[in-house]
Ligand binder design. Structure first.
Ligand SMILES: [Zn+2]
Ligand SMILES: [Zn+2]
Length: 188
């Protein structure tokens, strides 16, 4: 969870800043982010006349499936975001505050405990920064079209089919099947 209490900053007035580092396990209940380990980053919070402007950069490791061989592909996701949070409670009086008219539904807010919560915007940012074509290694050779195993040092080359295969009689629908069965036995 990446959240900060900003009550001091709200009291200090416009122009005041805070720099905070974070290194936190991140909630990912449906594993849509494929996170491996915590999310780390830095937040610079700036008190504006309206609220708190949060500039955040972060990085997180994710485990995806290699686009070529389907093995694990570990990638680093990095992102940067700026978001202004508006107060819902007056820091001096403790009374609820009216949001400016025209405030969007997804406007990030400072909650009644004067906390800002970066989880949702970080989640969105990780999602949009996940690599589309993750690779287990840049030179991943992919899968063998013949046996479906991953190509590479552990994969043994297949013997070239010799030409002594029984010729198929095209007029006999079972001949082709017989050849297939025969070849199957041979490779077993
Ligand atoms: Zn791969
Ligand atoms: Zn193969």
């Amino acid at each position: 969870m990446v959240s900060f209490n900003v009550s001091q900053l709200l009291l200090e007035g416009p122009g005041a800043t805070r720099d905070l580092d974070f290194h936190e396990p991140f909630p990912d209940p449906t594993n849509e982010l494929h996170l491996k380990g915590p999310i780390a980053g830095h937040a610079r919070l700036l008190r504006t006349s309206e609220g708190i402007l949060a500039h955040t950069d972060f990085s997180a490791r994710v485990i995806l499936e290699c686009g070529r061989c389907l093995e694990q592909a570990i990638a680093q996701v990095e992102g940067e975001l700026d978001e202004e949070f508006l107060p819902t409670t007056d820091i001096r009086t403790g009374l609820p505050m009216q949001l400016p008219s025209g405030t969007e539904d997804d406007q990030p807010l400072i909650d009644e405990h004067h906390e800002i919560d970066l989880n949702e915007i970080l989640r969105q940012n990780i999602l949009t920064n996940l690599p589309l074509q993750p690779l287990c290694e840049p030179a991943c050779p992919g899968l063998c079209p013949e046996c479906g195993e991953r190509l590479g040092p552990a994969h043994r080359a297949h013997a070239v089919k010799d030409s002594t295969e029984t010729p198929v009689d095209p007029s006999n629908p079972f001949a082709r099947l017989a050849v297939l069965l025969h070849n199957d036995e041979e490779s077993a």
